[in-house]
Design a protein. Structure first.
Length: 329
């Protein structure tokens, strides 16, 4: 399909709209993760319109971060976007998005914006929300799609849209990974071969935590089938149901510290990676409530996000995985 490149909001607004408009916001350097977002947008929009924005937002880069070296590959981006189903690539200049210079009035990310990524990158989420708000106004979509790899960003965008009554639907799309588990990111291209091997520890730590969580939830499920009493366990053993008896005992021991065990399993992998050459330098490992990104307590039930951020060489990477604690009885 033919993909039109537009540089101004006036050009975009002049287009005749039919059906729903779906927007995928990017900073360019598109990869398969972005292509998945665009293909999903195409499926949802149907006969409507898919707009991909390409804009490297200076407001969300802090001092010493990689604004100047962030890859800018518009020609390749347009090709990838078109193959994935985009009708329009909207690639505005900084002056188009911020006429008159940096905006004096901005969106504040609030308390959630100071946690995890916000603690490591002060002001990042204020800049991100400001440009997302501006691009929502400039593109006027019915829905906007964002990747779940940036889980805190997605949570904040959803909160902004809800709290400030934006008339747009926000759709989260699962993280896209390479065959070895590494989450796709534009920054992966900065990694050398040896750095990339070390970087695999991020996803491996998440999978280790997820596996520990799955084992605990399976034990709890069996415990609901087999009451966890010593008398019952002894009786089961006597009639040869040793597996059920063992599970009952394991649940009695393991159930109280579910989140702690998940964190510990992930931490072991990250501690090992810190001793590699090159080493992994951990920023944070957190198991949080997706509604506000605070650490969950040991008795938490419901949804959670296991999130990690680390540096390998000069490249900073993030990843996360969703979990659910306490399946219904």
């Amino acid at each position: 399909m033919t993909t039109t490149v537009l540089r101004t909001a006036d050009e975009l607004h002049a287009r005749v709209r039919t059906g729903r408009r779906a927007v995928v916001m990017t900073m360019g350097a598109l990869h398969e993760g972005h292509a998945t977002l665009i293909r999903t947008a195409r499926e949802i929009a149907g006969d409507g319109e898919v707009v991909v924005t390409v804009f490297v937002n200076p407001l969300q880069f802090g001092a010493g971060e990689d604004l100047d070296r962030y890859p800018r590959t518009l020609d390749a981006d347009v090709k990838i976007a078109g193959l994935a189903g985009a009708d329009v690539v909207f690639a505005p200049s900084v002056d188009e998005v911020y006429p008159g210079g940096e905006p004096q009035v901005r969106i504040s990310a609030g308390p959630m914006g100071g946690r995890l990524e916000g603690s490591t990158r002060p002001g990042h989420f204020d800049g991100m929300l400001t440009v997302v708000a501006k691009l929502l106004h400039l593109t006027r979509p019915d829905l906007a799609l964002f990747g779940q790899k940036d889980a805190q960003q997605l949570a904040l965008i959803r909160r902004m849209v809800r709290d400030l009554n934006f008339g747009v639907e926000i759709v989260g799309v699962p993280t896209v990974r390479e065959a070895d588990g590494l989450a796709l990111s534009s920054r992966n291209r900065y990694l050398s071969a040896t750095e990339r091997r070390t970087a695999l520890a991020l996803s491996q730590a998440l999978f280790a935590g997820s596996d520990r969580h799955a084992a605990q939830e399976a034990l709890r499920a069996r415990a609901r089938e087999v009451p966890a009493t010593h008398a019952r366990a002894a009786a089961l053993s006597a009639i040869g149901e040793s597996r059920a008896a063992a599970d009952t005992h394991a649940v009695a021991k393991a159930a109280p510290g579910g989140p702690a065990a998940v964190r510990a399993a992930a931490r072991l992998v990250l501690d090992d990676a810190a001793r590699l050459n090159p080493p992994l330098a951990l920023d944070y490992l957190a198991l949080v409530d997706p509604s506000d990104f605070t650490e969950i307590p040991d008795d938490h039930t419901g949804e959670a996000v296991l999130a990690v951020a680390a540096r390998v060489g000069t490249t900073r990477l993030i990843d996360n995985i969703p979990l659910t604690f306490g399946a219904a009885s």
